[in-house]
Design a protein around this ligand. Sequence first.
Ligand SMILES: CC(=O)SCCNC(=O)CCNC(=O)[C@H](O)C(C)(C)COP(=O)(O)OP(=O)(O)OC[C@H]1O[C@@H](n2cnc3c(N)ncnc32)[C@H](O)[C@@H]1OP(=O)(O)O
Length: 134
Amino acid sequence: MNFHTRKWIKPEDLNPNGTLFGGSLLKWIDEEAAIYAIIQLGNQRVVTKFISEINFVSSARQSDIIELGITATEFGRTSITMRCEVRNKITRKSILTIDKMVFVNIGEDGLPAPHGKTEITYIKDRFKDDDLSA
Ligand SMILES: CC(=O)SCCNC(=O)CCNC(=O)[C@H](O)C(C)(C)COP(=O)(O)OP(=O)(O)OC[C@H]1O[C@@H](n2cnc3c(N)ncnc32)[C@H](O)[C@@H]1OP(=O)(O)O
């Protein structure tokens, strides 16, 4: 799993108990998963369809640096399923896990559309035909 996005926990991210507010974390994860799905499916129009149980494993505190990890686990006809983990960047202690996040590829008519993808692609795969010296 690649951990792309780092967040520095600030006062506005906290709940009244002084730990990271779960709602803030879920907002960041939904955006992270949407960006991952957009890149993997090559379509800006993707929507969150389903999120499985969310396990808040441990708390994060102000000034902690956390990192968000997403990986695709399944490519369907119109959907992509991902797994998510959030951990402390420094200690690697797990903060949250979600086994299943399903996003659906949407066509111009607003309906689910086949995406034609079957496996994870990486930057080197996406740009391998380009003449990068130009
Ligand atoms: C990033 C964001 O903030 S998006 C905003 C929040 N999300 C939304 O507003 C989405 C609202 N929901 C919708 O518009 C509709 O439910 C749609 C268009 C996403 C899907 O419509 P549906 O009628 O369910 O479509 P359909 O039955 O064809 O299923 C589409 C895909 O989702 C999968 N799916 C549907 N329901 C579920 C479910 N409960 N769990 C997991 N996967 C599901 C299907 O298996 C299918 O995948 P596949 O083609 O790879 O096999």
